[in-house]
Design a protein around this ligand. Structure first.
Ligand code: UD1
Ligand code: MG
Length: 362
């Protein structure tokens, strides 16, 4: 036991050291890449600054491509230093990387070609294929104790339905981050908050469990989430208000896919979904527009008033607008901080819920 703990700790620390290097590398690369993407016409206008001098500046788009590339390099190099991996895990680790890589490619394609909204929704299900096909882990769910008498058994094997669930989770995580967006710093910021919560959750689970396989599942999650966190922080330093770069769908898809993949391989997707609580709410509010029942404009953002410099909520069904209509007009920066705070509160709620419901599971 002690040996396993020691090996895991060593792997996690090496991974953390790689991430520190990854952070600085990403920070160095973003300004360089910014010049290249702008030269190729990949830029956007900052919508919430329309009518101000800042609003006419072309902001380089899709800098998520730098984050994605550095992330992949870190994750691939790390395999060399991971001492506790058996071959089964390595297969899944590489399948996870293939899915993330495929997602980065499709996200970048979307940024360059601007594919129609309905097609966009489905891209993650294509990117998830490598993982779904290679997945050899269990396809069972543990039934909460109060429900065991109704279901008749303690574990339920879902078979292919479980794989369908994995695919849907990937579609949800990617798109839900992408549509909770449009404020400087929000896309990268929400990822930083959720990824931090995931790392804390993983560390707590490793500490609390005595099952080596369970510990390893959570350690593997850390190996992928730490690089996500480090590279996202570097991106956030440029994307924070006032943004000097935009993240692009390359980033939102990549971040969502990475978190979906670790939730699946770490077997804590229910916890992950509670970390995504604001995204779930935003998704529910968006359903009428996403389904086409109500007209969905290209951008569903608040209205910016150049005189006051404040944002006011519009009728579009998003959490951003909903929140603004409750608390009243806010500046872009403080609104983003508020929403990130709400995200963090949701994560705290999740930890509390897990604590109180612990007795429901084995
Ligand atoms: C999603 C949202 C859309 C939102 C957009 C903002 C849905 C169905 N789609 O679309 O409502 O407006 O994200 O990213 O909910 N931009 C800013 N400030 C920012 C970030 C982005 O003005 O802080 C603008 C820029 O013009 C940028 C563009 O949004 O070029 C990027 O939009 P994109 O990510 O392609 O939009 P979608 O993901 O399709
Ligand atoms: Mg987007």
């Amino acid at each position: 036991h002690y040996k396993i703990e020691q090996d895991l700790r060593r792997s996690i620390l090496i991974n953390a050291a790689l991430c520190v290097a990854g952070f600085f590398l990403t920070q160095r690369m973003i300004p360089v890449a910014s010049r290249y993407v702008s030269k190729r016409g990949l830029f956007g206008f900052d919508i919430n600054k329309k009518g101000t001098p800042q609003g006419d500046v072309k902001v380089p788009e899709s800098l998520g491509i730098v984050v994605g590339i550095v992330f992949l390099v870190l994750a691939i190099l790390f395999q060399y230093f991971n001492f506790k991996a058996d071959s089964n895990w390595l297969v899944e680790y590489n399948a996870a990387l293939a899915s993330i890589c495929f997602m980065i490619l499709l996200g970048f394609v979307d940024d360059v070609l601007d594919v129609p909204w309905r097609v966009k929704l489905l891209l993650p299900s294509i990117a998830a294929l490598p993982l779904l096909m290679a997945y050899a882990g269990h396809t069972t769910v543990i039934i909460p104790k109060p429900l065991v008498s109704y279901v008749g058994q303690e574990v339920l094997d879902l078979g292919w339905v479980y794989k369908l669930y994995m695919g849907l989770l990937a579609v949800f995580c990617t798109n839900s981050i992408n549509i909770h967006a449009g404020l400087n710093g929000l896309e990268a910021g929400q990822t930083v908050v959720i990824a931090s919560a995931i790392v804390i959750h993983n560390l707590m689970q490793i500490g609390a469990s005595s099952d080596p396989e369970y510990k390893q599942a959570h350690a593997f999650s850390i190996y992928l989430v730490q690089p996500l966190l480090a590279t996202s922080l570097a991106l956030l330093s440029y994307n924070w208000y006032p943004s000097s770069v935009f993240v692009g769908d390359t980033y939102t898809y990549f971040a969502g896919m990475t978190m979906a993949v670790v939730g699946i391989l770490g077997h804590y997707s229910e916890t992950l979904l509670i970390f995504f609580l604001p995204q779930v709410l935003n998704f529910l509010l968006s359903l009428p527009q996403l389904s086409g029942y109500v007209k969905c404009p290209r951008h569903r953002l608040p209205r910016f008033n150049p005189e006051t410099g404040l944002l006011t909520g519009t009728r579009d069904g998003t959490l951003i607008n909903f929140y603004l209509r409750i608390v009243g007009p806010k500046s872009e920066k403080s609104l983003c901080i508020h929403l990130l705070f709400v995200q963090a509160l949701g994560c705290c709620f999740c930890f509390m819920l897990r604590y109180f419901l612990a007795g429901w599971y084995k």
